[in-house]
Design a protein around this ligand. Structure first.
Ligand code: LIP
Length: 256
């Protein structure tokens, strides 16, 4: 099955699950690692819907998902990396800024990614080597300098150990940019970079399901994605920092 067809199946699954998000009226939080790390019945319901849909149309699928107790190896033949609702706290509080993030890999190679924001009806898609798109139209990272860019950042609320450093970096970036934004969905932050809406995004500790699809979108939109020290972003079960943007903004950040 070619990647383009798999990407179509991913988009169909995301749109169906997005309708469930839009219909939600009674999201209930369950704590995971702490009061800022929560899951709702909708995260689990959307994840189950996505897995069922994709397993039915893509034979031999395996899944690496935020809300699975046990995840598949990342070097499998056909692996879907899924964050069923990225921006869960936004979703729980009715902030209408959350998305469904799905990346597709074969034998450890990231081949396609899609992020769907049902509130804005914005579907970001990319296939490796074929560019990035928003609702089917090509997108590209901004051509601006850091001084002329907005910057998204994440606060890694599950990891108190990086809080002070995060806000210290945000203060420095604020002085070097137009302004900073913390909107609560890493995947949508990466999409905004790919679409040229903001010049840079950073977060000090993030999971693969948060960034796998978004990182491919930024790269296919002409951007750079690394750890915050400029080293290669890993593709494993770790919690690395992430830095994404156009080359000028990334280089300016690394000099800060
Ligand atoms: C969230 C990210 C956010 C990050 C949080 C969390 P979730 O994803 O989108 O940027 O700061 O730690 O990882 O948990 O809502 O899917």
């Amino acid at each position: 099955m070619n990647t383009a067809l798999i990407l179509q199946h991913i988009a169909a699954a995301q749109r169906a699950a997005g309708a469930v998000m839009l219909s939600a009226t009674d999201a209930l939080a369950q704590e995971k690692s702490g009061h800022r790390d929560v899951v709702t019945q909708y995260d689990q319901r959307v994840q189950a819907m996505l897995m069922e849909h994709l397993a039915a149309v893509v034979p031999g699928s395996s899944f690496y998902c935020e809300e699975l107790a046990e995840n598949c190896p990342l070097d499998g033949e056909r692996v879907f990396i899924i964050d069923p609702i990225d921006g869960t706290m936004n979703f729980l509080k009715g902030l209408h800024h959350s998305c469904i993030s799905i990346a597709y890999c074969e034998r450890g190679e990231l081949l396609a990614g899609a992020v769907y924001n049902p509130y804005a009806d914005e579907l970001f898609t990319a296939e490796k080597g074929k560019g990035a798109f928003l609702n089917g139209k090509p997108i590209h990272v901004a051509e601006t300098t850091l001084a002329d860019s907005l910057v998204h950042f994440g606060t890694s609320p599950y990891y108190d150990s990086v809080t002070d450093d995060t806000f210290a970096v945000a203060r420095k970036v604020y002085a070097a940019s137009l302004d900073v934004r913390r909107k609560g969905s890493a995947a949508l932050d990466l999409c905004d970079v790919a679409a040229g809406r903001v010049g840079l995004y950073f977060e000090m500790s993030l999971s693969l399901w948060d960034y796998a699809a978004g990182a491919l979108l930024v790269r296919e939109a002409g951007g750079v994605v690394t750890r915050m020290d400029g080293s290669a972003l890993p593709f494993d079960g770790g919690k690395p920092s992430i830095l994404a943007g156009n080359r000028d903004c990334v280089e300016a950040f690394l000099k800060l």
